[in-house]
Design a protein. Structure first.
Length: 110
């Protein structure tokens, strides 16, 4: 079984909603990191200095067969088709260590 990592850079305060939508589409979970940065659409200056914009980075590890469905849900939930709303990209994952999946969890009564 192969995996892909989906990275999504979003405005602060929106990643939890996007993660919930990704879970509804089949993702098992994800991680939200706080970040700062600017894009070409958002670069603002004050006294000649660029002001950092608060961001959240959503990281989701998914089964490669589910990539298109989950990515589509993420794009729609984050309105990523609109300029300046965020970006998403997918990277192939060669190896994982310590990954617990739904299939690997045994019921308590076994």
């Amino acid at each position: 079984m192969g995996y892909n990592a989906v990275f999504v850079v979003l405005p602060r305060g929106t990643a939890e909603h996007v993660m919930n939508v990704a879970k509804e589409a089949g993702a098992q979970g994800g991680t939200i990191l706080l970040a700062r940065g600017t894009g070409a659409q958002e670069a603002k200056t004050f006294l000649g200095l660029t002001v950092d914009i608060a961001k959240e980075v959503l990281f989701v590890l998914i089964d490669e067969k589910d990539t298109e469905r989950i990515l589509k849900a993420i794009v729609e939930a984050g309105h990523l088709e609109k300029p300046g709303t965020g970006i998403a990209f997918v990277m192939s994952v060669d190896k994982t260590v310590g990954l617990i999946t739904r299939d690997s969890i045994k019921p308590v009564n076994e």
